[in-house]
Structure formats: C-alpha cells, structure tokens
Write a protein that binds this ligand. Structure first.
Ligand SMILES: Nc1ncnc2c1ncn2[C@@H]1O[C@H](COP(=O)(O)OP(=O)(O)O)[C@@H](O)[C@H]1O
Ligand SMILES: [Mg+2]
Ligand SMILES: [Zn+2]
Length: 270
C-alpha cells in the first residue's frame, strides 16, 4: 500500500522555482540560475542542477565534442595509417610549399578542393619530379591536422605486393588489408597510379583498381590520384574502366617540373 500512497503523493506534487546565486565550480565566478523545487512525500526538495556557469557548461560540452572527435579520428587512423607516405613526405605542408608558375594552378586547386563538401576526386598529373606526391602529401597532412582520416596508398607498392602474392600468401594478406583500407578510407590518396606497367596482362591490375574505384564511387568517397599519365596512356596501364570511374566528376590539374630542381633544404629531414 505504501507504493500507492507514493503515487498519490506525486500526483499532488507542488513545484516552484526561484532565482538563486551559486559559484561556478570551474571558473569560481558567481552566476545566477533558476532553482526548481518539487514537493515530494511532504518534503520540499531542490531539483539537482549543474554546478557550472552557462559559459563553462558550454566550454565543457565543446571539449567533450572535440574529445569524441579525436577518439573517432584515432580509432580510424589506427587502421588507415601505414608506412606508405614515408618520412620525407610526412614533413610536407602548405606552409612550406614552394610555389612557382609550374605548380601555382595545382596548389590553388588543391586548396580549393580541401574546402569542398562533398569533395570530388582530384587528379594530379605531371612528370616525375614535378612535385605531385609532395602536393598530395600536403593535402594528406592538412587532413590529418584537421583530424580527418585519410589513407595513403602507393599504387606501385600495391601492384608489386599482389604480384608477389602469387607465390607468397603473406604478401597477399598484406595486399588485401591495403585494398580494404583503400576501399573504405574517408579520403584515399592513390599515389603514382600507372607507375608499374603490368605487362601483357592488364586484367588483374584493372580488376584490382576497379574494385577500389567502384567501392569508393558507390560510397561517394573522394580519391586523390597522382599519375604521370594522361588518360589514354593511363588506361593502357590500369584499364579504361578504372580511368573512367576515377575521372567521373573529378577535378584534374597538371603540374610541371620546376625550372630548377628543388633544393635539398626544402626536404624534410630523413
Ligand atoms: N612545392 C614544393 N615545395 C617544396 N618541395 C617540393 C615541392 N614539390 C616537390 N618538392 C620536392 O621535390 C622532390 C620531388 O617531388 P615529388 O613530389 O616526389 O615529385 P613527383 O611525385 O611528381 O615525382 C621532393 O624531394 C619534394 O620534396
Ligand atoms: Mg611521386
Ligand atoms: Zn564558470
């Protein structure tokens, strides 16, 4: 019968509130808030309230959101980070980027691309030594700095690894992990696509890269591609289906060799 009494009592609860002053636990400044009361079982009780001033409560919430974002990023990167970028490119940044007539358009497009939502694919085309990988690394590192997960895959390493896998199961397992990451990473940098000519049989290379391109197309995940080859020549090396998938809706930009080679001082320490 006690329960029923309690229910009846709650039904006839009286409540009220008043403005009171409290001291914030965080900044130790006084602040006013509305203290609510309820009458329950014949007793007047204050409704528990936060002990932070509005500004500190908001700061705390923002910190929680940031912390959660960082945790998600760390979880994702535990998976997408691997050794492909290399220590040389790990130091690449837009801040250190040496700009000239040969790469100004590519730089501008890369920065504009970063600001897009959603982002299309970005194709960076130019000869060896023109700074394609450096620019892609600037993008990669800017994404990381913004806690946006990104996976770097060297297309040549993948082809080599799969080829080796024809005789070495361990290499196959490794290649499959790279493939899965390449298919699912929120942003993929596919560096040096078409670097390795597959020889007479292009079909397994085409299948490999088509799998990546198709999965990313399906899930609307952007890919940054660097390559030495314009579309015709690239199609010969990785298959026309791959090129057309990657080029769909993509931004493309050319980059030329610098008039004088980059000085070694421009490189990050090894
Ligand atoms: N914009 C740039 N600013 C500073 N250094 C650069 C820049 N572009 C390229 N480099 C340097 O020039 C060299 C060749 O660049 P890289 O990106 O490897 O060329 P690619 O990938 O086109 O063959 C690297 O040592 C790189 O660090
Ligand atoms: Mg390169
Ligand atoms: Zn406060």
């Amino acid at each position: 019968m006690e329960r029923l009494d309690a229910i009846v009592d709650v039904a006839s609860t009286e409540s009220g509130s008043e403005i009171v002053t409290a001291t914030c636990e965080r900044c130790e400044q006084p602040f006013e808030y509305e203290q609510h009361y309820v009458r329950y079982l014949g007793e007047t009780r204050p409704v528990p309230v936060a002990t932070l001033c509005p500004a500190c409560r908001e700061a705390e919430l923002n910190a929680q959101v940031l912390e959660e974002k960082r945790r998600r990023f760390d979880r994702a990167m535990a998976r997408y980070r691997d050794g492909h970028l290399g220590s040389r490119l790990a130091g690449a940044s837009f801040a250190a980027f040496l700009e000239g007539p040969h790469n100004a358009a590519a730089l501008e497009m890369a920065q504009r691309w970063l600001g897009q939502a959603p982002r299309p694919n970005l194709l960076i085309v130019g000869p060896v030594g023109s700074g394609k990988s450096y620019l892609a690394a600037c993008i990669h590192n800017a994404l990381l700095a913004g806690q946006q997960p990104v996976h770097w895959l060297n297309a040549g390493s993948l082809v080599t690894r799969i080829r080796r896998g024809f005789t070495d199961p361990e290499a196959t397992a490794r290649a499959n992990r790279w493939l899965e990451n390449a298919e699912t990473a929120p942003v993929l940098v596919l560096d040096d696509l078409g670097k390795v000519h597959p020889g007479k049989d292009v079909s397994w290379v085409e299948e490999t890269f088509y799998g990546i391109a198709e999965a990313r197309y399906r899930d609307e995940l952007p890919t940054v591609v660097t390559t030495e080859w314009k579309s015709g020549a690239l199609a010969e090396r990785v298959g026309a289906s791959v090129v057309s998938r990657l080029a769909h809706g993509a931004w493309a930009v050319g980059i030329d060799r610098p008039p004088t080679p980059y000085r070694r001082t421009a490189e990050a320490p090894r």
